[in-house]
Design a protein around this ligand. Structure first.
Ligand SMILES: NC(=O)c1ccc[n+]([C@@H]2O[C@H](COP(=O)([O-])OP(=O)(O)OC[C@H]3O[C@@H](n4cnc5c(N)ncnc54)[C@H](OP(=O)(O)O)[C@@H]3O)[C@@H](O)[C@H]2O)c1
Length: 293
């Protein structure tokens, strides 16, 4: 391809592995890094590209470095550690972080990158594992408009929408809104399905009918039937959701927003974790209604 770029992708987890794959398939020169080397070796067996032993090494000749790791501390280590991406990057290059993390860490890394003449975008995603595999993620971005304009076409390889929301941290703030909306919605859906079943209704038929009306939602369409069937292995894990809701609640304390429903749903997820369900998907809230103790 004519506009082939040198790219690096750091963190080949559930999300990063297929995202990096889309970049290689599009014809870019991709170097990947993963902390545990088995995933990087598996990736190189599946796609055309190179592997590196540290984020700095992967980033060394890249025009754009992309990363998707776990939480704030992981972002600091992979972006800004001694062997981190910024240590290997040159002036005029761009670092894009797809991790769901705080707005604070986004501003911190943006400032550290700026001192080296490197652009930084916080760019968390929505759409889950299926969205990453199908290249249909929604990417919400914070950063400078000029940096965004240079990176947008690369992000489009695994996205159906890439939107600049504002300055540094605005992508993470937008992702917080996403998680706040989902938390309350999943509790309401749990209550509705549990009520339907206790009332002796056929839950599938109820979902069919009300899914054509004002109660319809992505969660109802994609998780309603599996919730009724007590199956919770369909994506975003409770452990990750608790990390995200803790970020939302911290931000709300700082900006004065009140999140009463989010706070209580966060406690419900804590009870799911106590029952050993940290890796169940987020629709498992219904378990607390079905088996209250
Ligand atoms: N899964 C989803 O449905 C989903 C949806 C939207 C957003 N997200 C967000 O996307 C991010 C990644 O999620 P995921 O599901 O891909 O997680 P994951 O499968 O657990 O992968 C995490 C990746 O980050 C790496 N990593 C973590 N800490 C690191 C550190 N300190 N140094 C170096 N590498 C580190 C891991 O390396 P190792 O392999 O060595 O452990 C792994 O490659 C999270 O912030 C999550 O909240 C996930």
């Amino acid at each position: 391809m004519n506009d082939s770029k040198k790219l690096a992708f750091l963190g080949l987890g559930v999300m990063g592995y297929p995202m990096a794959g889309h970049l290689a398939r599009a014809g870019h020169e991709v170097t990947v890094y993963n902390r545990s080397t088995a995933k990087a070796d598996a990736w190189r067996g599946e796609y055309r590209g190179r592997t590196a032993r540290t984020p700095a090494e992967a980033a060394r000749n890249a025009d754009i470095v992309l990363m998707c790791v776990g939480n704030d501390d992981d972002v600091r280590a992979v972006a800004n550690g001694a062997d981190g991406a910024l240590a290997g990057m040159g002036r005029g290059t761009i670092l894009v972080d797809h991790t769901t993390a705080s707005a604070g860490v986004a501003r911190e890394v943006h400032a550290a990158a700026a001192t080296k003449g490197i652009g930084f975008l916080d760019a968390p995603v929505s759409g889950g594992q299926a969205g990453a595999q199908n290249g249909k993620l929604t990417v919400m971005v914070g950063g400078d408009a000029e940096t965004f304009a240079r990176a947008e076409s690369v992000l489009m390889h695994y996205a159906r929408a890439v939107t600049l929301m504002g300055g540094p941290g605005a992508g993470q703030l937008t992702k917080m809104v996403n998680q706040i909306c989902i938390a309350g919605l999943l509790q309401a859906l749990s209550e509705g399905i549990d009520f339907a079943m206790r009332a002796g209704l056929d839950a599938e038929r109820v979902l069919d009918v009300i899914g054509k009306g004002a109660a319809q939602s992505w969660q109802m369409d994609n998780r309603g039937r599996t919730m009724a069937a007590d199956q919770f292995e369909f994506g975003f894990a409770v452990d990750w959701m608790r990390k995200d809701l803790s970020i939302c609640l911290d931000e709300a304390r700082a900006n004065g927003a009140t999140l009463p429903v989010t706070a209580i749903v966060d406690q419900f997820y804590g009870r799911i974790q106590q029952r050993g369900g940290g890796r169940w998907d987020t629709s498992s809230l219904i378990r607390l209604l079905r088996q209250p103790s």
